[in-house]
Design a protein around this ligand. Structure first.
Ligand SMILES: Nc1ncnc2c1ncn2[C@@H]1O[C@H](COP(=O)(O)OP(=O)(O)OP(=O)(O)O)[C@@H](O)[C@H]1O
Length: 205
């Protein structure tokens, strides 16, 4: 059963889009810079005005309060947002030490000042912040865009474990065709406002 379903979804540059992402499935979207990938994810997260509908299971976005929808259908933006001084100010509970280790971050990272964090450290910490809210759907906007090869692999592995264990639906925007080959069950090219399916592999991973 699809956990995320888009019906006639239209943003400023994209649509109408029909798309379903199943529980435990990873769907990748790529396309030229400026083709509207970020705006599509923001519309699904109900952060920008849009027409058409997004559903979580059978429930339309319009039936849920915006914070509730965004907690379940969570966007990890390409540029993470921070407001407090310490990393720990942004987490309601302690970060799972195993997750930090899996991402190559030390346990003390929770006590770091944001001002000292590198872009790549911020990107990994922002991903953990989102995962800790246990969303049913993950919308990922170039989640490894600032990372070296090893950190990229670590993020890919953590996300695969998380998706499989919790049957999360993942919609992943990436510019990296090798990454899409590694992580996607299906992939789509976003061009001229529409999604064209390119790849489908049996769901055995
Ligand atoms: N607030 C806005 N007002 C007007 N135009 C916007 C706004 N935000 C984005 N755009 C335009 O919409 C188009 C799509 O932007 P979007 O950020 O979705 O592209 P993208 O496919 O994610 O690109 P990239 O791969 O470079 O991140 C771009 O031409 C961008 O300039």
């Amino acid at each position: 059963m699809p956990i995320l379903r888009l019906h006639q979804l239209r943003t400023r540059h994209v649509g109408p889009i029909e798309l379903s992402v199943d529980a435990g499935e990873c769907v990748c979207v790529h396309g030229a810079s400026g083709s509207g990938k970020t705006l599509l994810l923001r519309a699904i997260a109900d952060l920008d005005a849009h027409a058409g509908d997004a559903y979580l299971d059978a429930q339309p976005c319009t039936m849920l309060a915006a914070p509730e929808w965004r907690r379940s259908v969570a966007l990890v933006a390409a540029e993470s947002q921070w407001w407090g001084e310490r990393v720990g100010d942004h987490f309601e509970t302690d970060i799972d030490a195993g997750w930090l280790q899996q991402l190559g971050l030390p346990e003390e990272a929770i006590d770091w000042q944001l001002s000292r964090c590198s872009t790549g450290e911020r990107q990994r910490l922002a991903l953990l912040r989102t995962l800790m809210h246990e969303p049913a759907v993950l919308l990922l906007d170039e989640p490894t865009g600032n990372l070296d090869q090893e950190s990229t692999r670590r993020v890919e592995e953590l996300l695969a474990d998380y998706r499989r264990q919790r049957h999360v639906a993942v919609l992943w925007v990436s510019h990296d065709s090798a990454q899409i080959e590694r992580v996607a069950h299906r992939s789509f090219l976003l061009r001229d406002g529409g999604l064209a399916e390119e790849k489908r592999v049996p769901r055995c991973r």
